[in-house]
Design a protein around this ligand. Structure first.
Ligand code: ATP
Ligand code: MG
Length: 416
């Protein structure tokens, strides 16, 4: 048996309904705020992600599905949505549109990861981007919109953490300061943290051993090193979140996986998720458009994992599909009856009914059983093309009609 590749899964018809609910909320919440949907290709030039996500990130280093296009160019299945949306902004000259340009997407993404619950190799994200505004109101608006989406979906135990990363230059200087601090306390750190001081000193904040934690409690924090304009921007974002009654925790150690972030970064987690607790997050990327070859243009966005939202949301009651009519024949040897049944089902659908034709050649008895199972409201049993018996499945009542009168009879029944 051939199975779906590791880390991928099928979205079966019964799963589609919950996704539709999420899509509906996203359309409503983001649409009302003036965000318009965009869809970019499933693969891009590898260079877009190398430049846009950052060579040093986990995504570019080990999670990308890259392949040769047959002509020596390297393509990559999109691992994230921000760089493609920014590429589209530049490529389509969207700087000429009224600014900011507010976009959202719901697409699948691909990362070569170790599959686990809530972590897949093909997964879906809903995301939003605002390009062309650097104002703190934009940061706060985006955070509020994600909070509203998670609330509409009933995501349980959601927590919001925020921080500011300032500018890359500030981060560079801070990194040196933190590295020097860690070196000075080297013999109090765990071996693991010690080995990674140069590679990623920020990781030391996440360590669980008491020795390292004691050292980190007094370590310098990036939030205390921000340039005055960046600190002011962050204070305004926090003030707006307070106005909107959005609860958050300041997390000076919040590091997000993408290199391009500047200023505000944020992440929603849910305790309902276990190990893969990140539901969605994002941040400001004021240098990215320029880095991709556009004019210097500020931007900010977030992405949230569809599977993780659904895992953290309660099961919703899902209504069974409506079937107004099942059309079958009384005599399976009558070609006329089959043709008439075929026409009745088609015309019933054109008249707006959910009408299905019996397709397996079942006996009449078994067709009626099938009608029960799919909860059809009526069954039309076409006799010879001219005459049809119409059975109301809820009352059990059966009427003999001219075949041409069946649809009108059901529509009348509808309006009663
Ligand atoms: P994580 O720390 O869980 O790896 P991340 O920081 O890599 O997440 P982002 O790149 O910020 O995640 O993507 C935004 C959201 O997309 C995440 O919060 C998560 O909900 C979802 N997500 C990321 N990677 C996966 C994956 N492999 N499978 C399913 N969902 C994912
Ligand atoms: Mg990741």
């Amino acid at each position: 048996m051939i199975q779906a590749p590791k880390g991928t899964y099928d979205v079966l018809p019964e799963d589609v309904e919950r996704r539709r609910v999420l899509t509906g909320h996203a359309e409503r919440i983001l649409g009302a705020a003036g965000y318009r949907r965009i869809e970019t290709p499933a693969f891009e030039s590898t260079e877009l992600f190398a430049r846009g996500v950052g060579e040093a990130t986990d995504i570019v280093q080990k999670e990308m599905y890259s392949f040769d296009d047959g002509g020596g160019r390297s393509l990559t299945l999109r691992p994230e949505g921000t760089a493609p949306v920014c590429r589209a902004y530049i490529e389509h000259g969207m700087h000429k549109l009224p600014q900011p340009v507010k976009l959202w997407y719901l697409s699948s993404f691909f990362r070569a990861e170790n599959p686990q619950k809530g972590r897949y190799r093909q997964f879906w994200q809903v995301g939003a981007e605002v390009i062309g505004s650097g104002s703190p109101e934009t940061d706060a608006e985006l955070i509020v919109l994600l909070a509203e989406l998670l609330e509409a979906m009933g995501v349980r135990a959601a927590r919001l953490r925020i921080a500011s990363l300032g500018q890359p230059e500030t981060r560079g200087a801070y990194r040196e300061e933190l590295t020097a601090y860690l070196r000075a306390h080297e013999n109090e750190l765990s071996a693991e943290v010690r080995a990674r001081i140069d590679l990623n000193p920020m990781r030391a904040f996440d360590a669980s051993d008491p020795g390292t934690q004691a050292v980190m409690a007094n370590a310098p924090k990036l939030l205390d090193r921000l340039a005055p304009e960046d600190a002011e921007h962050f204070a305004q974002v926090r003030g707006l979140l307070n106005c909107a009654d959005i609860a958050y925790e300041l997390d000076p150690t919040l590091v997000r996986g993408l290199d391009y972030y500047t200023r505000t970064v944020f992440e929603f987690t849910s305790d309902a998720l276990g190990a893969q607790s990140g539901v969605g997050g994002g941040g400001r990327y004021d240098r990215l458009i320029e880095q991709l070859g556009g004019q210097p243009t500020p931007g900010i966005g977030w992405a949230a994992g569809l599977e993780r939202i659904l895992l953290a949301a309660p099961e919703l009651p899902v209504a069974a599909d409506v079937v107004d009519l099942l059309v079958t024949v009384a005599d399976r040897d009558s070609r006329d009856a089959f043709q008439a049944a075929f026409v009745v089902s088609r015309e019933a659908r054109r008249a707006g009914l959910a009408a299905q034709l019996e397709l397996t050649g079942r006996s009449l008895k078994s067709a009626l059983k099938h009608a029960d199972r799919i909860q059809a409201r009526y069954v039309a049993i076409v006799n010879d093309g001219e005459q049809t018996s119409l059975k109301d499945m809820s009352s059990g009542e059966q009427k003999e009609l001219a075949t041409g009168a069946v649809i009108a009879a059901i529509l009348r029944g509808h309006s009663l």
